[in-house]
Design a protein around this ligand. Structure first.
Ligand code: HEC
Length: 165
């Protein structure tokens, strides 16, 4: 067998191997089946869209159960007040725990007497915007008031190392 013949045979084998390799790599574009797979996902949204049957959704709704627990705790005036305090934006100036900040003074845990509290919110004297009864009812203000009263009492300055004399 001449070296040329050997070379030709080797070349043919190499080409055949490459063609086979290409043919094997082409199957990868068979990804279209993956495209068909995502299509079933649209089916999941309908499940989310049907929150009405709460009992049937019990398995996927482990999160809803904690939410319901929170709703139950919202029954207390203080928690309802906390929600109203956030919802009406009081926190934006008086800060999350009503401890006060650059935009507004501390409101808890010892707010001014309730009648004055209501009067001030309705008709503030300074930089605070007014909240009419249409925006916050007296009843809602009383809940906010309860929330303010339930705020933790800050420790005395002497107990805070950074502030101690
Ligand atoms: C835009 C900022 C801002 C918002 C929002 C805000 N306040 Fe104020 N609030 C102030 C400022 C500033 C004062 C200090 C007095 C002033 O300038 O009116 C104040 C004072 C008060 C006072 C009088 C405190 C005192 O000891 O005399 C009360 C009560 C009060 N705010 C309640 C509320 C409640 C309740 C809400 C939410 C419904 C609220 N504020 C929302 C800025 C704000």
């Amino acid at each position: 067998m001449s070296p040329w013949l050997v070379a030709v045979v080797v070349a043919v084998i190499v080409v055949a191997t490459m063609v086979t390799a290409v043919a094997q790599t082409r199957p990868t574009p068979q990804a279209p089946p993956r495209r068909t797979a995502p299509q079933p996902r649209p089916a999941s949204p309908p499940k989310r869209g049907a929150p009405e049957p709460a009992e049937t959704k019990a398995p996927p709704a482990p999160a809803p159960s904690p939410a319901q627990a929170k709703a139950a705790t919202d029954a207390t005036p203080s928690d309802a007040g906390a929600t109203l305090y956030k919802k009406n934006g009081c926190y934006e100036c008086h800060v999350n725990d009503a401890q006060g900040g650059p935009q507004g003074p501390r409101l808890g845990p010892n707010p001014i007497p309730f009648p004055r509290f209501v009067a001030y919110v309705r008709n503030p004297a300074g930089d605070m915007p007014p909240f009419t009864a249409k925006v916050i009812s007296d009843d809602d203000l009383s809940k906010i008031y309860t929330f303010l009263q339930s705020r933790p009492t800050p420790p005395p300055v002497k107990d805070i190392p950074l502030l101690a004399p």
